[in-house]
Design a protein around this ligand. Structure first.
Ligand code: PEP
Length: 239
C-alpha cells in the first residue's frame, strides 16, 4: 500500500486567528501535513486555502443533542476537518477518558468520514514497572475499534512522560513499542501494514531525523514544536 508519511501538529489550547499565518507556508506533496488547532480555528484554517489538512483534537461519540460544550464528528467535518485526535493523554488525564470512550468516539468519527489519530502511551511509573508493552497492548485493544482500517485510522505512540517535557523516548524504546504495536494490530486488522504509526513526545528539529529513521515510525504527532512554522518546517522536511 502507498503510505504517505504524516506530520501532525497538535496546537492544544493555544492560538487565536493571528496564529494561522504560521500555517501558510507549510504543506507538501511528499508527505501529509496536518494541523489540529483549537476548535475555534478549524473553520478559519480550513477556509484559508492553505495546503495543510485540518483536524480536531477530540469529538463526542454522540451524533447530536443536548450536550453543552461538546462537538460531534459531523460538525468537525462540516467545519472543514478531515482528521480528529482521540484519546490524547491530556484528555485521558483531564477528562478521565477511558479506552471504551475513545473507541466509541472513533466509531462515531469513522461514521462521519473522519480519519482518527488514536493516542496510546504509558506513564513513567508504568515504564519503570516494566509494564509498557502490556499497557500499550491493552490501550490498542480497548481504544481502536473493529471498524479501523489503514485508511481511516492512524495510531500515535506518545509516552506520557515525554509529552511537553523535553524528554524523548530513545530509539530502542520507540523501535520496541512501534514493532509491538504493528504486531498487535496485525493480529486484528488485515491491512495493519499500511496503518500509519506516529511517534509523539517532544519531537523537534534536532531529533526528528533520528526518530523518523526508526522502523515502523510513519510520522510524528507534534505539540509544542508545531506552533511556529520555523520549528515545524524542519520536522516536516526530515520526514
Ligand atoms: C502532543 O501533545 O501530542 C505532544 C507530543 O506534545 P509535545 O510535542 O509538545 O511533547
Amino acid at each position: 500500500m502507498d503510505m504517505k508519511k504524516l506530520a501532525a501538529g497538535n496546537w492544544k489550547m493555544n492560538g487565536t486567528r493571528a496564529a494561522l499565518a504560521e500555517v501558510d507556508g507549510l504543506g507538501s506533496d511528499r508527505v501529509e501535513v496536518l494541523i489540529c488547532p483549537p476548535a475555534t480555528l478549524i473553520a478559519p484554517l480550513a477556509d484559508r486555502g492553505s495546503r495543510v489538512l485540518v483536524g480536531g483534537q477530540d469529538c463526542d461519540a454522540r451524533a447530536e443533542g443536548a450536550h453543552t460544550g461538546d462537538i460531534a464528528a459531523a460538525q468537525l467535518l462540516d467545519a472543514g476537518a478531515s482528521h480528529v485526535i482521540l484519546g490524547h493523554s491530556e484528555r485521558r488525564a483531564d477528562h478521565g477518558e477511558t479506552d471504551a470512550q475513545v473507541a466509541a468516539k472513533a466509531v462515531a468519527a469513522h461514521q462521519a468520514g473522519l480519519v482518527t489519530i488514536i493516542c496510546v502511551g504509558e506513564t513513567e511509573a508504568q515504564r519503570d514497572a516494566g509494564e509498557t508493552l502490556a499497557v500499550i497492548a491493552a490501550q490498542l485493544a480497548g481504544s481502536v475499534p473493529d471498524c479501523a482500517t489503514a485508511t481511516n485510522t492512524v495510531v500515535a505512540y506518545e509516552p506520557v512522560w515525554a509529552i511537553g517535557t523535553g524528554r524523548t523516548a530513545d530509539a530502542s524504546q520507540i523501535a520496541e513499542v512501534h514493532g509491538a504495536m504493528r504486531q498487535t494490530l496485525a493480529a486484528r486488522f488485515a491491512d495493519a501494514d499500511g496503518m500509519r504509526l506516529l511517534y509523539g513526545g517532544s519531537v523537534k528539529a534536532g531529533n526528528a531525523a533520528e526518530i523518523f529513521a526508526i522502523p515502523n515510525v510513519d510520522g510524528a504527532l507534534v505539540g509544542g514544536a508545531s506552533l511556529k512554522a520555523a520549528d515545524f518546517s524542519p520536522i516536516i522536511a526530515a520526514l
